[in-house]
Design a protein around this ligand. Structure first.
Ligand code: UTP
Length: 296
């Protein structure tokens, strides 16, 4: 399974954030779902921070029309910085300066939202001929060891594409991808097939790709040939399936809790969990929640 030739250090990441977010309308009519707050930070900042703490040096965010807020968030903000400096608000200033210095962040527009696979294909010239990480902009994962880092470590061992996977419920597998897996050891599986949004008789397992993967650059040639699939979108799953069937991929049952910021319930769950441990409001919010529960 190991292919030492391909084991290069993962330095680049792609964060596709050009989706239309139709599951969380009406807010996404004018606000990118990736900018929805989890208490006081937009979802995409968690994703960028995860990439940086996983050792990623260069990040390409794929945006689209109406997503300018994302670029503004990672830009410098001289007027605000000046004001905070003059008012001696050091903590806030440090926080604001930190965001614009997080990493080398680049932006590219996907001119039409043709699907996640197409968004990744847009990154081809940025990536070149190296393996890279993909972090879906609407999947926020809270974990001790960054989920992306967990995948990178497995890539370094096997030299094959790695899928961040978790089990989903029998009821919901139809909304996700389904992976054909075989246990290698602990939380590591080989993956030899997959299907996007399976019908009842097509489910391969309850393991699904949840928001993170490490891809080898041969994915681009496959993506170029990938025709629109489920929902008439160019599906990343359809391209990864080709690699899984030919060379094989690895699936990691990553440790962490994933929140789907592309769904209304996911947004609320992430906000509540983050508020409970927030250094400023955590204690008061916990008390508020306890009082509220008594009334439910
Ligand atoms: P999703 O399928 O969850 O995003 O894609 P969506 O298309 O916005 O979802 P709906 O409309 O609510 O069903 C997963 C990730 O891929 C990005 C999204 O922004 C999200 O982060 N994406 C999706 C793109 O960048 N481009 C696309 O064409 C589609």
């Amino acid at each position: 399974m190991k292919d030492m030739k391909l084991v290069m250090k993962i330095k680049k990441a792609v964060i596709p954030a050009a989706g239309l977010g139709t599951r969380v309308l009406p807010i996404t009519k004018s606000m990118p779902k990736e900018m929805l707050p989890i208490v006081d930070k937009p979802a995409i900042q968690y994703i960028v921070e995860e990439a940086v703490s996983s050792g990623i040096e260069d990040i390409l965010i794929i945006t689209g029309r109406g997503k300018e807020l994302i670029e503004n968030h990672f830009d410098k903000s001289p007027e605000l910085e000046n004001r905070l400096n003059k008012a001696n608000k050091r903590d806030a200033l440090k926080e604001i300066l930190g965001i614009s210095k997080l990493s080398n962040i680049y932006f590219l527009r996907q001119k039409e939202a043709l699907g996640l696979g197409h968004a990744v294909l847009c990154a081809r010239s940025f990536i070149g001929n190296e393996p890279f990480a993909v972090l879906y902009a609407d999947d926020v994962i809270f974990s001790e060891k960054p989920a992306c880092k967990q995948l990178i470590e497995v890539y370094e061992e096997f030299g094959l594409g790695v899928l961040g996977a978790n089990k989903v419920s029998e009821k919901s597998i139809f909304k996700y991808s389904s992976l054909k897996v075989n246990l290698i050891r602990d939380n590591i599986y080989s993956c030899t097939d997959m299907i996007e949004k399976p019908q009842k008789d097509q489910v391969l397992s309850l393991f699904s790709v949840l928001g993170r993967c490490i891809l080898t650059p041969d994915i681009f040639d496959v993506l170029k040939e990938t025709k629109p699939g489920v929902g008439e979108e160019i599906q990343l799953t359809d391209a990864m399936k080709v690699l899984a069937r030919s060379r094989g991929m690895i699936a990691v049952d990553f440790v962490g809790k994933r929140y789907d910021m592309g769904s209304k319930l996911g947004i609320m769950e992430a906000s509540v969990e983050a508020a409970l441990v927030h250094p400023e409001i955590g204690k008061n919010f916990r008390q508020y929640l306890k009082d509220l529960c008594k009334r439910l």
